[in-house]
Design a binder for this molecule. Sequence first.
Ligand SMILES: CC(C)(COP(=O)(O)OP(=O)(O)OC[C@H]1O[C@@H](n2cnc3c(N)ncnc32)[C@H](O)[C@@H]1OP(=O)(O)O)[C@@H](O)C(=O)NCCC(=O)NCCS
Length: 372
Amino acid sequence: MSMLFDEGLLLEDCTTAETIVRLRRLTLNDAPAIAAALSDVAVARNLTQVPHPYGLDDAEAWLKSVAGRRDMLAAGVSVDGVLAGVVAIDASGVTPELGYWLAAPFHGRGVGRLAVRAFVDFVFATTDVATIAAGHMLDNPASGRLLARLGFQPTGETEVCSKARGATVRIATSALARAAWVDGQPAIETPRLSLRMPTRADVAEIASAAEAPFGLATAPFAELALTADAQALVLRAAREMRPTNLSLILRLKDERTVVGGVGWRSVEPGVVELGFWLGAAHRGRGLMVEAARATLEAAFLGGGAKAARANCRASDWASRQVLIRCGFQWEGSTLVRPASGGSLAADRFRLDRDTFLSFREWAASDVRAFGG
Ligand SMILES: CC(C)(COP(=O)(O)OP(=O)(O)OC[C@H]1O[C@@H](n2cnc3c(N)ncnc32)[C@H](O)[C@@H]1OP(=O)(O)O)[C@@H](O)C(=O)NCCC(=O)NCCS
């Protein structure tokens, strides 16, 4: 049976490593841009299903068919607000299959790599897909290069019919298995904790760890913890791409249980806001200091941040201690406005990269794959 994707996965945009390139939901209004791009034979000849000539009716029919399918997830690639292309996964067959194209003016500018990477990351993080298959025509080296850079491994060669060429073409097939994808994701090992990006498989564990979350939490998480919506946390983590944003869950190495979360989001160029939460049952053992120090190290050394900020509820003495033990300094008081309404008195803290590095007297953590 084919896989079905949750509705609403793309209700909000997905960011990529470059702020101007985003993945977004497609609407019928995209038909003219799609028709214009795919009527270019230079694009269509690299695809199997797109006929030539290709017109507005074809684009509209395709958009309608996609909107009605739950075994397919398709995203528009937006560059500076302009629809530049499409990336999609079709799960109607045995192995879900990736497809993508960009309009000719956007070729060769790195947009394909950013968009397809973000889409593949999003699919693995938010769905149960085990393996993603892909194929590129032998005379389309840009696509082959793009897949190889994302870790796709060759699986063979086959022949397909290209509608636009009206001929049979040789295709190199490849696949990316979930385990190989996981290996390429950001990871931090501290003495007692493994920090990884959350995926759909972690939802139940996150929910139970967050049941009584007020052990420790920076201000933005205090509100998240109230809603305790682990599914939303995973989705949000997947939408906000590294290195500008990163969300990790903390797992105890010996028991393998999820105990909390830590991460950062970019608030202004070069400045990240650190956020964390720890399940109440796991307080008092210095776990969050260990995780926060390692995460700051990743943000400063791998993520390119020059400074970090954090907001902590005024009444939360324990979270304040975590920040101070990482080298943060109190900057002033502020009000944070949770989405649930009202406002919360909070303290603002700041830590510069150089201060952190000179303050650091603990052993460096094992941090990997933090590049864009
Ligand atoms: C394939 C496609 C999505 C690639 O996107 P892109 O933004 O043009 O590619 P990028 O700029 O991200 O480059 C991807 C890689 O291909 C390389 N590349 C780009 N053009 C190339 C060319 N003509 N020959 C060889 N390599 C090329 C780039 O150097 C880069 O490799 P690197 O990461 O090692 O530097 C885009 O060109 C496209 O839409 N083509 C038409 C439709 C299509 O082919 N779809 C895919 C069907 S499988």
